[in-house]
Design a protein around this ligand. Structure first.
Ligand code: PDD
Length: 285
């Protein structure tokens, strides 16, 4: 089946879907993005993703190129036209096309918008979750505003590649104090030996993941105790469980950190239960 992308007002076949060489996303990574999960032909937590998108745009003073209602229509249309049942929607908005100049382009420059959708290997992801994944730790060398979901992802790209080179699926960034901030494309969590679920507070040091926000509700509903505080790499090595969250991976058990098995080296019961119950708490549209 040929894929379709939404590009600046038009649904285009994949081969024709392109942006201008002077798009500021291409030249300066001057833009933001969102990734939403699609499950059973419905978009998960669309409202929360749109709210975060608006916040990212506001922080960078990029105008929203269309109403939220129109954006919802485009996202559903991309899902439908690409026959996505279980997968992701990717959405990117940049400051638009203008002659290369670091400062903002002239007032009235239209932001660029691209929306794509694709299926993911649902059964394959479940198999990976049943086994758990390995993560490695790397120094957090990103800027201070990683709370903005910007397409400027070079440290994340290098971190992910470092993970792959070491046979792992994700890299966890570590700040100067030895505390884990988050993953290269996910939020990081541990479960302590006495059963408390720990994740870093969503200040400017991490992206406030939508999966993270919804999972906090699921944790309360399951009667688990949550601690929002920084945790060290040493604490993670000695944790009973570890896991990560993101729209595309939902709750993914972590069974090895660097060369240390986590717990007994298999996915933990808390992570497994939270993965199973996540969608009871998420919105589907
Ligand atoms: N990544 N932290 C970072 C750095 C991320 O890139 C992501 C998401 C998250 C989790 O956010 P959410 O739960 O809203 O997906 C945390 C997306 C999926 C990506 O880059 O593909």
């Amino acid at each position: 089946m040929s894929r379709i992308a939404y590009v600046n007002g038009r649904y285009l076949p994949w081969a024709k879907a392109s942006v201008h060489i002077e798009d500021r996303g291409y030249q300066f990574s001057d833009g933001v993005y969102e990734v939403c999960e699609v499950r059973g032909g419905r978009i998960i937590d669309e409202r929360r993703h749109t709210t975060r998108l608006r916040r990212s745009l506001d922080e960078l003073r990029i105008a929203m190129p269309m109403s939220e209602a129109a954006l919802a229509v485009v996202m559903h249309e991309c899902m439908r036209r690409n026959r996505v049942r279980n997968g992701i929607i990717y959405l990117q908005i940049t400051r638009g096309v203008a002659r290369r100049d670091h400062g903002f382009p002239p007032a009235g420059t239209r932001p660029s918008i691209v929306v794509t959708a694709r299926n993911l290997d649902f059964a394959g992801n479940e198999r990976i979750a049943a086994e758990g994944i390995a993560v490695v730790t790397v120094p957090d060398n990103r800027w201070e505003r990683v709370d903005i979901k910007s397409v400027s992802l070079l440290p994340n790209v290098l971190a992910k590649e470092a993970a792959r080179a070491r046979g792992a699926k994700e890299a966890w960034f570590v700040d100067r104090d030895g505390h884990v901030t988050e993953g290269s494309s996910s939020n990081a969590w541990i479960v302590t030996m006495d059963g408390k679920v720990v994740t870093r507070p969503a200040d400017h040091g991490i992206l406030r993941g939508i999966t993270r926000t919804v999972l906090i509700e699921a944790i309360a509903a399951q009667g688990l105790k949550l601690e929002e505080r920084p945790f060290s790499v040493a604490e993670a090595y000695g944790a009973r469980e570890a896991f990560l969250t993101s729209a595309s991976q939902v709750v993914m058990p972590v069974v090895r950190i660097d060369d240390h098995p986590v717990g007994n080296g298999a996915p933990g019961s808390v992570a497994t239960a939270l993965r199973a119950r996540y969608h009871d708490h998420a919105e589907a549209t």
